[in-house]
Design a protein. Structure first.
Length: 202
């Protein structure tokens, strides 16, 4: 059974593969966007992570006829009323410019005291089937926003995020450590029962 992962990020594919393997689910072939016929990229104009995840998953299922998993994720800082949120990747106005995004949030948080620096990485994963069934799951990774970047292992806001109970930043953790506790892993794990049901009925 084929499931499209609406991304070309090999890390996302590997993460879902590991979660399915750990759950003992066999007979699933995960395909990235690069392995299917190209289709128009949907506009992610939702107001929430769930909106955007569903937009991407619905587009994939409609275009390919495969059940599709998509995610939308970002950093939510309490002091900024949950922002950057769905705008995380383009907070500075330049999509995907990690340095500019990080610099802007650091400047916005510069005078905020330590006790008001709570933050969370949030991921919402959606599974949409060609017959229109939809499953949505949210994962949160709680922590705090640091005053300066630390570590080289991550991307995005990882160097500025210190997970709860950790002395290291997310970018100082090994990838496998991070995957085991990350927001995306927590969201994807909640989709396992729905994927297992799809496999059983295929």
């Amino acid at each position: 059974m084929v499931i499209l992962v609406a991304s070309n990020n090999p890390k996302k594919l590997a993460e879902l593969e590991r979660i399915l393997a750990d759950a003992g689910i066999e007979g699933v072939e995960l395909r990235p966007l690069s392995a299917v016929e190209p289709y128009p990229e949907p506009v992610e104009d939702g107001r929430t992570f769930a909106d955007n995840a569903l937009i991407k998953a619905r587009a994939g299922a409609a275009a390919t006829g495969f059940a599709t998993v998509a995610d939308d994720s970002g950093l939510a800082i309490e002091e900024l009323n949950g922002m950057p949120g769905v705008l995380s990747a383009r907070w500075s106005g330049q999509h995907g410019n990690d340095q500019a995004n990080n610099d802007l949030v650091l400047a916005q948080m510069a005078d905020v005291p330590d006790e008001r620096r709570a933050a969370a990485f949030v991921s919402v994963c959606a599974l949409v089937t060609p017959d229109g069934a939809e499953h949505v799951a949210e994962g949160r990774w709680e922590g705090r926003f640091l005053r300066e970047p630390r570590g080289d292992n991550g991307f995005g806001y990882d160097p500025l995020f210190q997970p709860e109970g950790e002395s290291r930043s997310a970018a100082e953790m090994a990838p496998e450590e991070k995957n085991a506790v990350s927001h995306r892993g927590r969201a994807l794990s909640q989709l396992v029962p729905a994927i297992a049901e799809l496999v059983r009925s295929s």
